[in-house]
Ligand binder design. Structure first.
Ligand SMILES: Nc1ncnc2c1ncn2[C@@H]1O[C@H](COP(=O)(O)OP(=O)(O)OP(=O)(O)O)[C@@H](O)[C@H]1O
Ligand SMILES: [Mg+2]
Length: 228
């Protein structure tokens, strides 16, 4: 079942007098339980498309339909709520809060997304997710004492602890070596399948494409081909 549709999305930026179209009418349907990988040259518009899909910036034209609603013209408070409760995000760097332990990072995310959940249930969620990402032995650690791969596993835990419907991952392995990248991608793929998440992954790394169900190629603001 499809739950996420990008429909005729265009995005233009104006540089002084010059208006440049960065996305030139993009159509894309994302499927539940699938990793859709977006590839293409630097500057082709991948991150712009991902941020528009996630409601982080508006499209100039077109629609982004999530669970039957057009999120591209929602009020900012409404879209903020969807982002906090239904979407998860992973980026190139983990962006962990330096003065919080691993478990505190996760508790904070639950506080933001599910503040009515009783404390003991929050603890259980944290336990479960730390097991899933194999980081329970480092729950009391601060980010400065974690390796790059471990930090990224915590960032993934934080992105999915509130059980999002959609996971947006922009170059999640770009700062990792080949072995850690494979581990992180295996984790993203397993989570996508086991939690039935809709995952949109942007990557430069050809090796990571083996973990995708679908590969979408972008060039100069357009989708070139889609290998279904
Ligand atoms: N907020 C903005 N204002 C003006 N121009 C922007 C803005 N965001 C992106 N662009 C431009 O849009 C184009 C596409 O950028 P985007 O970040 O989507 O590319 P990308 O495919 O993700 O590239 P990379 O692989 O290098 O991350 C670039 O030329 C960029 O400079
Ligand atoms: Mg990018």
């Amino acid at each position: 079942m499809s739950i996420f549709t990008i429909d005729a999305v265009r995005k233009a930026f104006t540089y002084g007098e010059v208006k440049e179209e960065i996305l030139k009418g993009v159509n894309l349907t994302l499927l539940e339980g699938e990793v859709t990988a977006l590839v293409g040259a630097s500057g082709s518009g991948k991150s712009t498309l991902l941020t528009i899909a996630a409601g982080l910036q508006p499209a100039s034209e077109g629609k982004v339909v999530f669970e039957g609603e057009n999120i591209s013209n929602m009020k900012s408070e409404q879209i903020r709520k969807i982002r906090a409760t239904k979407f998860g995000f992973v980026f190139q760097f983990a962006h962990l809060v330096p003065f919080l332990t691993v478990e505190e990072q996760l508790m904070l995310m639950l506080e933001v997304s599910q503040s009515n959940l009783p404390k003991h249930e929050q603890k259980e969620e944290v336990d479960d997710i730390l097991k899933l990402v194999e980081m329970e032995h480092r729950r009391k650690a601060y980010p400065s004492s974690l390796s790059g791969g471990e930090k990224q596993r915590v960032a993934i835990a934080r992105a999915i602890i509130h059980k999002p419907k959609v996971l947006f991952a922009d170059e999640p392995t770009a700062s990792l070596d080949s072995k850690r990248s494979t581990d992180v991608m295996m984790l993203i793929r397993n989570i996508t399948k086991s939690m039935n998440i809709t995952t949109l992954l942007v990557t430069h790394d050809e090796e990571m494409l083996t973990f995708a169900d679908r590969i979408i190629k972008m060039s100069d603001g357009q989708i070139l081909q889609s290998a279904v």
